[in-house]
Design a binder for this molecule. Structure first.
Ligand code: NDP
Ligand code: AKG
Length: 481
């Protein structure tokens, strides 16, 4: 069955259909998904604009009830959703299940959060005048998401948008329309009025710009590459739209001499290689002080040798495929560049031949650890977005901190240490939006702010109650008593 776009409360055929394929088994076609064009995008944006008056005044109970129903249904269908997610994106089944449960919890969190929206009453500097500060919905939000979290990232943008009374036009990544389509179906059946939420599938190169530049769209929330994000920011600045961007990372994980070695190795293995390293929060630079350097590399390489690479749906798989052939090529190209620049392979470094179906091999890359790298090498400056991490040897904590901060990015930063002094100093001085002490740089809670600094993020934070900074607009009202 072909899967259609959801516009103004009804399912609409696309101008064409695209195949959704399984990266573990590229001969496995999951389904045919609608591809919208600019005309269909225009209809969706106008439908959302028309629905705004009703939804923005629907009342918080109606909004809360709808979000609760969505969260409950996601959780009830978690196994079905996790299977589809693992099949289309390549996360392992347990990782996919975790992501689906996170999405369900996010909708339930915002079901409560929209009941807690508050304002302020302040005295005026003018006698007899009252000042009231309230938050109002922004309007229609254009939501553009990447392929690496096909349901959690849409959830953490769509849920607060709807909670605070906005309407939505949602464009998921073309590589992973399946989970997005089921999410849209669940939202559609939650009882929200037609046009409040619209799903428009298709290529970013075709409908991305029409979405961002559409006059009915008041704000854009985007997660993806720095290149596309920067272009969207410029377009939004030109038309005066609110914009929120979450982009890349080159996250440092510092390991000090006094770290618990086993703990440090485990958290590095998790944050560098799990989810195939396809996380903006993945640790890709392991900055290790000289007293533990040799032991750390040997222990991490031994841990990596036990990681099972293979079919995302198979029991026992630790590391699934790259999401696409293009992403696999990008991973391998970065490894080659690092070797040319003088790095050595401590583990991995090659594609893994693994035929999970009858035909073409999946897009598997061995988890790869590169040793002998320096901060200036491209491997330590550019985001790879695959199961590839490099080790940088440093003298001491001070040099480790300086190297950690020597990057254009600033999303997540971690330290493995038993020193309270160094942990405390790192928390204060790491130039990142999120700092982890003895925890992986990836894998965050759903109810607290998420986002970074420098080239990693732009605009207000996502998630938790901080999400209201983007999804509401402040009004200051003066009344003469
Ligand atoms: N920080 C993060 O969470 C992520 C970072 N990345 C980084 O980005 C790299 C490339 O990944 P990729 O998915 O291609 O990232 P992109 O930035 O190309 O895609 C992200 C989203 O933007 C859409 N898009 C593409 N072009 C435009 C446009 N001109 N206007 C508006 N929207 C557009 C995409 O659509 P479509 O895919 O349909 O073309 C997708 O929905 C990765 O290798 C990684 O380094 C990627 C994913 C997440
Ligand atoms: O690490 C996480 O939990 C979230 C990562 C993420 O949002 C991303 O990779 O895009």
């Amino acid at each position: 069955m072909p899967y259609d776009n959801l516009i103004a409360g009804a399912w609409h055929a696309g101008s064409s259909y695209g195949e959704n394929r399984n990266p573990s088994d590229p001969d496995d076609v999951i389904g045919l998904y609608a591809q919208a064009d600019a005309t269909q995008l225009d209809v969706a944006a106008q439908a959302a604009q028309a629905a705004f008056a009703t939804w923005s005044t629907a009342g918080i109970q109606a909004r809360s009830d709808a979000l609760e129903r969505i969260g409950v249904e996601i959780l009830a269908r978690k196994d079905e959703l996790a299977e589809l997610l693992a099949r289309e994106e390549g996360k392992t089944r347990p990782e996919a299940l975790g992501e689906v449960m996170r999405a369900g919890s996010i909708f339930k969190f915002f079901a409560g959060e929209c009941l807690r929206l508050s304002g302020e009453i302040l005295p005026s500097v003018r006698p007899g005048v009252a000042v009231e500060i309230t938050r109002e919905p922004v309007g229609v939000i254009g939501i553009i998401t990447p392929w690496n979290f096909p349901i959690a990232i849409p959830a953490w943008k769509i849920a607060p948008a709807l909670a605070y009374g906005n309407c939505v036009v949602f464009k998921p990544a073309d590589l992973v329309p399946g989970t997005a389509w089921i999410l849209a179906e669940i939202i559609h059946r939650s009882g929200i009025p037609e046009g409040v939420f619209n799903l428009v599938m298709g290529r970013g190169s075709v409908i991305g710009e029409p979405l961002v530049n559409h006059p009915a769209i008041a704000a854009v929330s985007f997660t993806g590459s720095v290149e596309v994000g920067s272009r969207i920011a410029a377009q939004c600045a030109q038309s005066g739209k609110k914009v929120q961007l979450e982009m890349g990372g080159k996250n440092p994980q510092v390991v000090l001499d006094d770290a618990d070695l086993d703990q440090a190795v485990e958290l590095c293995a998790q944050s560098a290689f799990f989810s195939t390293g396809q996380r903006c929060t993945a640790s890709s630079r392991l900055i290790v002080t000289e007293g533990i350097h040799e032991r750390f590399i040997a222990a991490l390489a031994a841990r990596m040798a036990r990681l099972q690479v293979g079919d995302a749906l198979a029991v026992g798989t630790d590391i699934g495929p790259a999401v696409s052939q293009a992403q696999m090529s990008q991973d391998l190209r970065h490894i080659d560049i690092a070797l040319t620049e003088g790095a050595t392979i401590a583990a991995g470094g090659t594609p893994v031949q693994c035929h999970t179906g009858s035909g073409k091999a999946g897009y598997f890359v061995a988890p790869t650890l590169l040793a002998g790298t320096s901060p200036a090498m491209r491997i330590n400056r550019e985001e790879v977005f695959g199961p590839v991490a490099s080790v940088i040897r440093v003298r001491d904590y001070d040099e480790a901190l300086a190297v950690a901060n020597d990057t254009q990015f600033g999303l997540s930063a971690g330290i493995a240490t038993t020193s309270l002094k160094h942990a405390t100093h790192f928390k204060r001085h790491a130039q990142a939006g999120m700092v982890m002490v003895n925890l992986p740089t990836a894998g965050v809670d759903y109810h607290v702010p998420f986002g970074g600094r420098k080239a990693s993020s732009y605009g207000p934070r996502e998630q938790g109650r901080y999400a209201q900074e983007f999804f509401t607009t402040v009004k200051t009202a003066y009344t003469l008593a």
